[in-house]
Design a protein around this ligand. Structure first.
Ligand code: PA5
Length: 467
């Protein structure tokens, strides 16, 4: 049950001069092998934020604890709400959508066998208001996920919930779980003030966007009934495949990284992630953060100014065939499209015969929706290839915990390899931090007076440019 990469449609054998020749690919061999070595040598190093590489191997006790807690939550609560943003929210949303019923929250409790699930990853007041309209906080478990405990969005959500729980006379220890840093950060302080709130550790060497396979993602997943052991087993399977293969010709994550770096360096600065599966729609969101925040950098590891990165774009097959594919096929040659293609869907849906006198419709009868979506996936790959557009396919035998775990680890390794090939710090996000600081300053947080002055010194918007 292995995820495979078919990169035929990236090569000159298929795309002619618009593709990557064997010679060109081979010229990246050493650079790719060096990147592999860098990742290999720094595995597990917390100080480099590479602790995520060990998550498939070092969590037996944590997994046991999460399973026990999840069992309790599933029996006790009507709702489970994740409060978090960025890496703390995209992973839980992605796994829930990938592996649970697409209308999970609308199923009767007897079918869900667990609480309804929500991820509150914004500070849109309408969204918070509307959530509070449909949940009873007293019957809800809130998982506050924040490494720093200082992220304005997450802590705003927390303050609102705390106030509601207090007003309802609910003991917060009963309804709140933290996922945060082991020793530092505000959630740790809050927990201590209460004499201990159930908390899971977001390990030191695991940054937000690499955190799905630690308690950040594992607790919400287990609460939704997802088999987290199989998820980790899938990640381990992909890791073993990649860590033992220095050659990109045998290492799928390294090959994907090399192909993307070649494409980037040939001016293809847009990477479209296009799953042909509604279940994988939010995998694109998760991937976009991973790829964008990790590679979009303005300085190399040795301090040389640069501006690198590739803009990830999410698309959904077949929906976006009727929206974006026109651009991909005939617009600028600035994209690589990655298809996520299922060999087998979890459901099959026969298309009944009908409208026999209308050939445009009648031909569909007797097929299945699975055949149709797969045919449309193949047809889009064909159309892009015919137009000389680079594309490749990750083939997923079927979507389950084991294959999703493989995909997640493949993408995380691919990102780490690509960052090493580009010689940037894959694991920091100074551009995000700048925005966080500006928000603090605008809302009058102590210690950000200088930043506030900097913001205030910006000239006012010129009315000449406002129409
Ligand atoms: O990838 C990242 O590091 C970010 O997206 C963080 O996850 C996000 O900013 C939230 O940070 P924190 O966990 O400190 O609340």
């Amino acid at each position: 049950m292995r995820v495979t990469v078919d990169y035929n449609n990236m090569t000159s054998a298929v795309l002619g001069e618009k593709g990557i020749s064997p010679k060109k690919l081979s010229s990246y061999r050493l650079r790719a092998a060096k990147a592999w070595k860098y990742v290999q040598e720094n595995r597990g190093k917390d100080e480099l934020y590479m602790g995520w590489t060990e998550l498939p191997y070092n969590q037996d006790e944590i997994v046991a604890d999460i399973l026990a807690t999840a069992k309790n939550i599933r029996a006790k609560f009507q709702n489970f709400v994740v409060l978090g943003i960025g890496g703390s929210a995209l992973g839980p949303t992605m796994a829930f959508n990938a592996l649970c019923h697409l209308h999970y929250n609308d199923l009767p409790r007897s079918k869900r066998r667990g609480p309804k699930f929500f991820v509150e990853d914004n500070v849109d007041p309408v969204r918070m208001h509307d959530l509070l309209d449909i949940i009873d906080p007293a019957k809800t478990c809130f998982n506050v996920i924040s490494k720093s405990g200082a992220t304005s969005e997450t802590m705003t959500q927390y303050l609102i919930i705390l106030d509601l729980l207090k007003k309802a006379g609910v003991d917060i220890q009963n309804n709140v779980i933290f996922t945060t840093d082991a020793n530092k950060g505000n959630l740790k302080k809050i927990s201590d003030e209460y004499g201990g709130i159930k908390s899971y550790v977001l390990p030191d060497g695991v940054g937000g966007r690499f955190s799905e396979l630690c308690p950040v993602g594992l607790l919400p997943a287990a609460v939704c009934g997802i088999n987290i052991k199989a998820l980790l087993a899938g990640a381990e399977y992909m890791d073993r495949l990649c860590r033992t293969n220095r050659s990109m010709y045998k290492n799928p994550a390294l090959m994907c990284a090399a192909l993307q770096v070649i494409a980037m360096e040939e001016g293809k600065n847009i990477h479209v992630m296009m799953p042909y599966s509604d279940n994988l729609k939010y995998l694109s969101d998760w991937y976009c953060q991973l790829w964008a925040e990790s590679l979009g950098k303005n300085v190399t590891l040795d301090g040389t100014p640069c501006n690198v990165g590739q803009t990830p774009v999410k698309a959904l097959g077949v929906t976006d065939q009727h929206s974006q594919v026109q651009l991909y096929t005939e617009g600028p040659f600035d994209k690589v499209v990655t298809f996520l293609s299922l060999k087998k869907y979890a459901q099959t849906m026969p298309i009944p015969h009908g409208c026999e006198n209308i050939p445009d419709v009648a031909f569909l009868g007797g097929h299945t929706m699975e055949e149709l979506i797969q045919a449309e996936n193949a047809a889009t790959a064909f159309a892009l290839t015919k137009a000389g557009r680079m594309n490749y396919t990750l083939w997923i035998p079927e979507l389950n915990e084991f294959t999703l775990g493989q995909l997640l680890f493949l993408f995380e390794l691919q990102t780490a390899y690509a960052g090493a090939m580009l010689n940037v710090n894959t694991f920091n996000q100074p551009g995000v931090e700048e925005g966080k600081k500006a928000t603090f300053a605008l809302l009058g947080k102590a210690g950000y007076e200088a930043k506030k002055k900097e913001l205030d010194s910006n000239p006012a918007n010129d009315p000449a440019y406002i129409i």
